[in-house]
Design a protein around this ligand. Structure first.
Ligand SMILES: [Zn+2]
Length: 214
């Protein structure tokens, strides 16, 4: 089973590295100018700028207060590999812009969730009813509450693909996780169960079919 992806956050002792994506310890430093360009004076430290070094790959992530300024991409988890290509590409685009525009990323991710409902056999017109149906098909009911809280469904739902001024990076990060969670529950896990079933010995499979009157 895939482990949880911890999005990088300021002063975090450990999280998934922006560069290598391994979950590991982070070492924090303040940025410091080593000398003045004009040759006068000494060092200058600015507490607004920090660097975290990944213990695994040693690559630096540079922060301005709570925001990552380098590298400017891919701080969210990679997309679930079983997602259809079109949704994967929305997800990847959201991932590449989330540190520049959390609102833009959230708009793409809501669109991705709508497409995911359609991919899972729902009409894809009304996400409220699509998600309700998916819950009857095995999606955990808590997902419905989570989608309500990030305004994918419910009274405050934001139209998929539109920029909403209330979105922030927390919302975008929750949306990344929800897309992957829905894919995990509704695509990956059924595939895994199929694989287990199909690896049963032929006589056992026949026994199951006989029992079920197939
Ligand atoms: Zn790393």
């Amino acid at each position: 089973m895939k482990s949880k992806y911890i999005t990088p956050f300021l002063d975090g002792e450990a999280f998934n590295c922006v560069s290598c994506h391994v979950y590991t310890k982070q070492h924090w430093y303040y940025m410091q100018g080593s000398s003045r360009a004009d040759g006068f004076g000494g060092q200058k430290q600015d507490p607004r700028f920090r660097i975290s070094y990944c213990e695994h790959c040693q690559f630096p992530t540079i922060w301005h207060e709570k925001s990552i300024v380098f590298p400017l991409n891919l701080s969210a988890a990679p997309p679930n590999e079983d997602l259809p290509e079109e949704i994967k590409s929305d997800y990847e685009e959201a991932r590449s812009i989330v540190n520049l525009s959390a609102r833009g990323a959230a708009a793409l991710l809501r669109l991705g969730i709508q497409k995911l409902c359609a991919h899972l056999g729902q009409p894809g017109k009304n996400i409220n009813t699509d998600i309700k149906t998916l819950v009857t098909l095995g999606l955990p009911p808590k997902v419905q509450e989570a989608l309500d809280s990030v305004r994918v469904i419910g009274n405050d739902a934001v139209h998929p693909g539109t920029i909403d001024l209330n979105d922030d990076s927390d919302t975008a990060n929750q949306l990344f996780r929800l897309v992957n969670f829905i894919a995990q529950k509704m695509i990956t896990e059924p595939l895994e169960i199929d694989a287990i079933y199909n690896s049963l010995p032929p006589d056992k499979l026949q026994g199951i079919k006989d029992r079920d009157g197939a």
